[in-house]
Every structure is written in structure tokens, then in C-alpha cells.
Design a protein around this ligand. Structure first.
Ligand code: SF4
Ligand code: SF4
Length: 315
């Protein structure tokens, strides 16, 4: 093996040692033309709602070799976030992925550790970049190409016998590996649980999500008021939505996340509805210090709580 060609099994073993649940490697190349055209059409149809950044750097998003010149291999990893302990279902609900510390930080530290491990395997320097929801990268597509799983009708990556509750990350590197993975067949079959359970009909069953209707987008990214039709469908969800994951039979295989930094803090788990109604900005900063929930900002979270409170009155 030349010093510019790394042993795939070594890399995978180290990824698992670092706590990732899965790791695969794909050859870097432009995305499949069907995927490129479907993504471009999704943007042209405005299904990304106000996430205008999704339309930026389209050339790089559709060809990773333009995002990092000289990229030869894309290492995809998945980190489990399925919560060991869930919020009481009678209380306000937060998306599972947001229970613990902001995943960007946790993932980046692990990705950098894996990249440094690879670098140390060679006496010739390599160039790499790590990504986790931080650049124009079709993450689920690359995880699929790297053989981690398939993209289900809920648009999530499904890992067989493990489910869909995973953060995804990538290392782009300018070196080859000894063996590349091959994609897995879609195993959704005739199931349409996710499409049927989506409260706002945001999934079309053909791997397309309409963010304009999706409660995850509307309660997190969206800075405007929540449209009344979708707002009423929120029920007691105040940050994100997991309905299309909860209904997926593959998540019956999910195992609890043991990553210390992704565990929820005690105040978060014990908050009652009346506590959320009176949440001050200072309490918000304390409870969500270093958390992904900061993305919605205090004003966004309080908007959502108010909506959930109104939904209760309508019951
Ligand atoms: S997150 Fe909720 S609203 Fe969005 S597609 Fe899934 S089930 Fe539908
Ligand atoms: S709920 Fe069914 S259709 Fe949806 S992603 Fe899971 S297996 Fe696929």
C-alpha cells in the first residue's frame, strides 16, 4: 500500500473506537445526475422555504471536488443521538437531536480526531476538511454512497438494524483508500408510515420534503409567525418534530445514545409546562447553554410555547 492510499478497515475501526456508530467511504465525484436534477428542482420549486442558503454554492453542493480541490475520498460517519431518557409525553416536546450539547461541536471534535489519526498513518501530509451540517454538502447522499444506509421516504438516512437517529459528518481528503463502499438498496418497501404520520403532509413519499409545511423548519429555522394551519398541528411540540422518525419501524432497533455530551441536563428534563410559560431569557440561556436549541433564539422558542399553549386550549 502506498503512503497515499489508506487502509479502509483501519479508518473504520478508529471511527468506531471514537464512538461513531457507522463509517463508510465513497469515492469523491459529482453527484448522480438524477440527484442533481432532483435537488435543483426542489430549490426551483421553493421547497427549501426561507433557507435561502440551500440555493447557494449549488456547483459545490453537487460536486464535492469543487468544494475542496483535490478531494479523492469522502469518509461518512454517523453518531447516535436516540435519547436514553425521553421527556414526559404530557410535557412540551423537543426534537430528540436537541436534548444535549450542540452536535456541531461534538461531531467536529470527533471528526478532527479521526482525520488526525489518518494523517498519522502516513509520512506524507494529507489535506482534509471536516463537515457537519456546516457547508454545501449533500450529507445523506454521501452517507448513502458510503454504504451506511439508504434515504427513506422520511428523507432521513436509515441505517439497517439501527434506525435514523444519527448525526452525519464527513471528512473530505485528498488521498485514496484501499477499498470503497457500495450503496445499499432502499428497504422502505411498501411502508409509508412516515408519510402518513406527518401532521402537516410535508412529505410526498418520493423523498421530497416541503420545508414550508415541516414543523421542524417552522419551529426552528423560521423567524416569522407560524402559519395557523401548521401551528395548530404542532400539538405540544415546541422545538422540532420527530413524528416521521417515531413512526419509522427501523427506529425500533435504535439503541440509547451513551455519549456524555449529548445527554440532557436535569433542569431540561424536569421542566413542566407552567415553567416553560414563565421562562425568562436568563433561564433560557442557562438551560440551553451550548445547546442546539439556541438556533431558535429565545423569541422563537417563546413563540412556539405560546402556540402550544393555545393548542391546549383548543383541545
Ligand atoms: S419533521 Fe414532522 S412535520 Fe417535518 S416531515 Fe417529519 S413528521 Fe412532517
Ligand atoms: S417509516 Fe417506512 S417508509 Fe418511512 S422511512 Fe421508515 S421504513 Fe421508510
Amino acid at each position: 500500500m502506498s503512503s497515499r492510499c489508506f487502509d479502509t478497515q483501519n479508518i473504520k475501526a478508529e471511527a468506531l473506537r471514537l464512538g461513531f456508530s457507522a463509517c463508510g467511504i465513497a469515492r469523491a465525484e459529482a453527484v448522480h445526475p438524477d440527484v442533481a436534477s432532483s435537488f435543483s428542482q426542489w430549490i426551483a420549486d421553493g421547497k427549501q422555504a426561507n433557507m435561502h442558503y440551500m440555493a447557494n454554492h449549488l456547483d459545490k453542493r453537487l460536486n464535492p471536488c469543487l468544494l475542496m480541490e483535490g478531494t479523492k475520498s469522502i469518509i461518512s460517519v454517523a453518531l447516535n443521538y436516540y435519547p436514553a431518557q425521553q421527556l414526559n409525553e404530557n410535557q412540551y416536546q423537543f426534537a430528540w437531536y436537541a436534548y444535549g450539547k450542540d452536535y456541531h461541536e461534538v461531531m467536529k471534535a470527533k471528526l478532527n480526531a479521526l482525520a488526525e489519526f489518518i494523517r498519522q498513518q502516513s509520512n506524507i501530509d494529507i489535506s482534509y476538511r471536516v463537515f457537519c451540517d456546516t457547508a454545501p454538502v449533500l450529507e445523506r447522499y454521501w452517507a448513502y454512497k458510503a454504504g451506511l444506509g439508504w434515504i427513506g421516504k422520511n428523507t432521513q438516512l436509515i441505517i439497517p438494524q439501527a434506525g435514523s437517529c444519527f448525526f452525519l459528518g464527513e471528512i473530505f481528503m485528498d488521498a485514496a483508500v484501499s477499498e470503497y463502499d457500495t450503496p445499499m438498496e432502499n428497504r422502505c418497501g411498501n411502508c409509508s408510515n412516515c408519510v402518513d404520520s406527518c401532521p402537516t403532509h410535508a412529505l410526498d413519499g418520493h423523498l421530497r420534503l416541503d420545508a414550508n409545511r415541516c414543523l421542524s423548519y417552522l419551529t426552528i429555522e423560521n423567524r416569522e409567525r407560524i402559519p395557523s394551519t401548521e401551528g395548530r398541528k404542532m400539538g405540544n411540540k415546541v422545538y422540532g418534530c420527530d413524528e416521521c422518525q417515531r413512526s419509522c419501524p427501523w427506529n425500533r432497533f435504535a439503541s440509547p445514545c451513551m455519549e456524555v455530551e449529548l445527554q440532557p441536563n436535569a433542569p431540561f428534563l424536569t421542566m413542566k409546562k407552567e415553567d416553560w410559560h414563565q421562562l425568562t431569557e436568563e433561564q433560557y440561556r442557562t438551560i440551553f447553554k451550548g445547546s442546539a436549541v439556541k438556533r431558535a433564539k429565545y423569541s422563537g422558542l417563546m413563540r412556539n410555547i405560546k402556540q402550544a399553549e393555545e393548542n391546549e386550549k383548543d383541545l
